[in-house]
Design a binder for this molecule. Structure first.
Ligand SMILES: Cc1ncc(COP(=O)(O)O)c(C=O)c1O
Length: 370
């Protein structure tokens, strides 16, 4: 097989999520709350024809998504999670002889999808790990005509940074490349560039049901852009990429938006509390965030991560991030989980003694996402 496999694929490492049974999961930026009351029953009581293929056009779901976002259904394309859509975008606009521009540190799946689609990567690191390097991005775009796609993650995973809208628009206005704005955490930041798809045909907004809507297991993401863009992507995606159950789950979830808003408000309140509390520990160097997670940089991240893991909390170790160094990321849990987490943080800060970790957690796997 080693001689048969494409050499660029042979060098890739398969994605692996490290689950620690019994630990509280604060490592994947999920919504920690159960679905709103009544939603589960409504979804399970629906009469599905599981012997039939799903609606390949995802008509009702696109209508619901369009109504939620104030756009037209023909401007929406649904995918099996935004992970799939990232690949579809690069299969459509990237590939051999073309390049994707990203701003590390950012979500790891962009680079992974670039490898799989033979798209080369142009990396313009964030300044000090938090600000877009506009000048270099624009310069590299104009010098390198192979850059066909730029992905801006806003708010950015893993830093939580929200980039100013004017800066993103400056890139959009000064390039012919497609600018994908990954707004996976938009429900938490409250900011979007959705209103700009009318004025700029090269903008594609990407969203997911995995975060604020608490449906990570069901794999549902979508993109919004002008009709021509969506038509292009539609040629590439698998015809039945979203199963019937997940399609219905998206439709049902969008009936519960006001209940979700209550959850989102609670998560935002928790994030603020977590930020303020973590900020009290000088040694943790906490970054401000507009998402549902926080990046922090203790002097010895491995010690902290293992200490937390052995005491029942799985967070994300991110390895060496450009401009920031070795970092850890924690997502907001329920109020009870967050209080218990902070108690452990206090304990670890107090103890100078090395803990012997009982369990292992995902460590420095080189992916910034999850
Ligand atoms: C910025 C960003 N985009 C996309 C995704 C993937 O979302 P999905 O679950 O829809 O594939 C994530 C997941 O962590 C993310 O952080």
């Amino acid at each position: 097989m080693n001689t048969l496999i494409r050499q660029d694929i042979a060098s890739l490492r398969p994605y692996e999520a490290h689950i620690v049974e019994g630990n509280i999961k604060l490592d994947a930026n999920e919504n920690p709350f159960p679905w709103p009351d009544g939603m589960r029953e409504e979804l399970f009581n629906f009469q599905y024809a599981f012997n039939r293929y799903p609606d390949s056009q995802t008509r009702m779901l696109r209508e619901a998504i369009a109504a939620y976002n104030g756009v037209k259904a023909e401007e929406v394309l649904v995918g099996n999670g935004s992970d799939e859509l990232i690949q579809v975008i690069l299969h459509t606009f990237g590939g051999e002889g073309r390049a994707l521009m990203i701003h590390p540190p950012t979500f790891g799946m962009y680079a992974a999808a670039a490898s799989i689609t033979s798209t080369s990567l142009v990396e313009v690191p964030l300044l000090e790990g938090i600000s877009l390097d506009l000048e270099t991005m624009l310069k590299k775009c104009s010098e390198n005509k192979r850059v066909k796609v730029i992905i801006i993650c806003n708010p950015n995973n893993p830093t939580g940074t929200l980039f100013p809208r004017e800066e993103i628009l400056k890139i959009v206005k000064n390039t012919e490349a497609l600018v994908v704005i990954d707004e996976a955490y938009a429900e938490f930041s409250g900011e979007t560039l959705l209103d700009q798809i009318i004025d700029y045909p090269n903008i594609l907004i990407m969203r997911t049901f995995s975060k604020a809507f608490g449906m990570a297991a069901l794999r549902l993401g979508y993109v919004i852009g002008n009709k021509e863009l969506i038509t292009c992507l539609n040629k590439v995606r698998q015809p039945f990429n979203v199963n019937s159950f997940s399609q219905r789950a998206g439709i049902v979830a969008l009936k519960y938006v006001s209940a979700y808003q209550t959850q989102i408000a609670a998560i935002k309140k928790e994030i603020l509390m977590l930020y303020n509390e973590l900020h009290k520990f000088e040694e943790l160097k906490v970054l401000p965030t507009r998402a549902n997670f926080i990046l922090f940089r203790p002097q010895d991240p491995e010690y902290w991560a293992e200490g937390l893991s052995s005491r029942g909390f799985t967070i994300r170790s991110l390895g060496e991030l450009p401009g920031l160094g070795k970092s850890l990321r924690v997502s907001a849990g329920t109020p009870e989980e967050n209080r218990a987490f902070l108690k452990i943080i206090k304990d670890i800060a107090k103890s100078n003694i090395e803990t012997s970790p009982l369990k292992k957690i995902s460590r420095f796997n080189g992916m910034y996402g999850g």
